[in-house]
Ligand binder design. Structure first.
Ligand code: DGL
Length: 265
């Protein structure tokens, strides 16, 4: 594989941007292809076979750009089936669960996790936390958050967002957790709103996965050593909505930079 090939990053929508932003910072020479499957978001309430077919088509789309590795910047797919499908591919696929659990374990011994229904149902984060010798004291499915984020309702004082965060924080505080994994890559877009309600260290699963991707590429001699970094953005749904929310989060105007791609075919 050519070290100058791009790196693929994907998620159901905006969530993977939490990883991409860190990737652009830490790997400035790399070329990135980002895909947000916004026509099929949210992923978190889907069954495993549907998720498998989504993952296969998303990966096939990124492979059509000749990517050298893929960051599965989605807590749901990383939790539910990454370990099962990894062997089907001849390029590295890196997920978000292990690195987030490792970062949480360094911060505390009573770990709470927020995730989608599918991620929490899989038990993947809790298993990894326990494997690292820490206690997974609370695992909370948060189905209201991704639709709120995708529709741009991220302000700390937005009534529905505020109420949903309070609801999901309650079991975490009750369990006296000392660190909270934001196990869905979308959730860091609510960081300010969460911090407005609780004083607990937050682990950004997308951001943490970047170190693991970097290590994987370095081990295989696949890091770019010169050239100019770039990012191409693709979505399967409405471009304007993604541009609006994505620009806010990336701190960069994405107008004219987002293209359409259909992973479902
Ligand atoms: N951001 C993804 C995750 O980390 C998907 C969320 C969703 O589409 O439900 O789980």
């Amino acid at each position: 594989m050519n070290r100058n090939a791009p790196i693929g990053v994907f998620d159901s929508g905006l969530g993977g941007l939490t990883a991409l932003r860190q990737l652009q910072k830490d790997l400035p020479l790399e070329k990135f292809i980002y895909f947000g499957d916004t026509a099929r978001v949210p992923y978190g309430g889907r069954d495993k076979e549907t998720l498998r077919s989504f993952a296969q088509s998303d990966i096939a789309l990124l492979r059509s750009f000749g990517v050298k590795a893929i960051l599965v910047a989605c807590g749901t797919l990383s939790s539910v089936l990454l370990e099962e499908i990894r062997g089907d591919y001849d390029i590295p696929l890196v997920g978000v669960v292990k690195s987030a659990a490792a970062a949480a374990s360094e911060k505390g011994s009573r770990v709470a996790v927020w995730g989608t229904a599918a991620s929490i149902g899989s038990g993947a984060y809790a298993r990894e936390v326990e494997r690292l010798g820490k206690k997974a004291v609370s695992s909370v499915p948060c189905p209201k958050l991704v639709p709120l984020i995708e529709s741009g309702n991220t302000a700390p004082d937005h009534p529905e967002t505020k109420a949903a965060i309070a609801e999901y924080l309650a079991p975490v505080l009750l369990a006296q957790a000392d660190v909270l994994i934001l196990g869905c890559t979308h959730y860091p877009l609510l960081e300010e709103a969460i911090r407005a309600q609780a004083d607990i260290p937050l682990i950004n699963s997308g951001k943490e996965s970047v170190r693991s991707l970097k290590e994987t590429l370095a081990a295989q001699g696949l890091l770019r050593t010169d050239g100019e970094g770039s990012t191409r953005y693709f979505v399967s749904g409405d471009i304007e909505t993604f541009v609006k929310q994505g620009s806010l989060f990336m701190g960069e105007d994405l107008c004219g930079k987002v293209e359409y791609a259909d992973a479902g075919k």
